[in-house]
Structure formats: structure tokens, C-alpha cells
Design a protein around this ligand. Structure first.
Ligand SMILES: [Zn+2]
Length: 114
């Protein structure tokens, strides 16, 4: 490989780097919440989500509303839905960048700090 290839590659690559202001810019948490909702809805179109029992068994936390469903005496199929869809955290997180929601393990709450 010619030496000037390395120089040319380095020169082109350095042009792709973001400025410090661009590198520190983050997407608003409300945008992340809307994207997450859309992605999960899209994922549900291809089949059921992992059940809440399977999620807990794999050491992933679940939101307080999901916990209520998990301990309810319903079938496994009923536990494989997107429960945060109806949780008010979703509504608040999609509208505000710093929503007043605080309970653990809800993805919409976790977008606040990201
Ligand atoms: Zn939730």
C-alpha cells in the first residue's frame, strides 16, 4: 500500500470528524422516546415481544406497571405486550425532554439521563 494512501486516507478521515460542538450534541430525550415507541411498535408487527417472566429471568429490570402485569394471574401470551405503551411515562417522555417521571427500569424514565 503506498505511503501517500495512508496520508490521503487520514486527510479524508479527519474531514469527517465532527467539530467539538457537534460531537457533544445529543438527541433530545423526547426524540429518543418517540423513536423507541416506534421501534417497539414495529418489532411487535413481526411477532410477540419477550414475556415479562423471560425478561426478569434474564436479569433485566421491568417497570412498575410491567411488574403489576407480571404478578397477575394471566397467561404467558398476555405478558408479551408492550405495556409501557399505556404507561403515562411514555406520554410525558414523548412530549417533554425532562418529564416528571422517576420510577426505575422504565425505558422512558431512563431516556431522561441519556
Ligand atoms: Zn413503563
Amino acid at each position: 500500500m503506498p505511503a501517500d494512501f495512508d496520508f490521503e486516507f487520514g486527510s479524508l478521515f479527519s474531514q469527517l470528524r465532527a467539530t467539538p460542538e457537534e460531537a457533544s450534541a445529543r438527541a433530545p430525550s423526547s426524540l429518543k422516546a418517540r423513536l423507541y415507541s416506534a421501534l417497539v411498535r414495529s418489532q411487535q408487527e413481526s411477532g410477540p415481544l419477550a414475556s415479562l417472566d423471560a425478561t426478569v429471568a434474564s436479569d433485566h429490570g421491568i417497570c412498575i406497571f410491567e411488574k403489576l402485569v407480571q404478578i397477575a394471574p394471566v397467561g404467558e401470551k398476555a405478558k408479551s405486550r408492550f405495556f409501557c405503551q399505556v404507561c403515562h411515562a411514555r406520554v410525558l417522555a414523548e412530549k417533554f425532554d425532562s418529564p416528571p417521571i422517576f420510577w426505575p427500569h422504565c425505558p422512558y424514565v431512563e431516556f431522561k439521563g441519556s
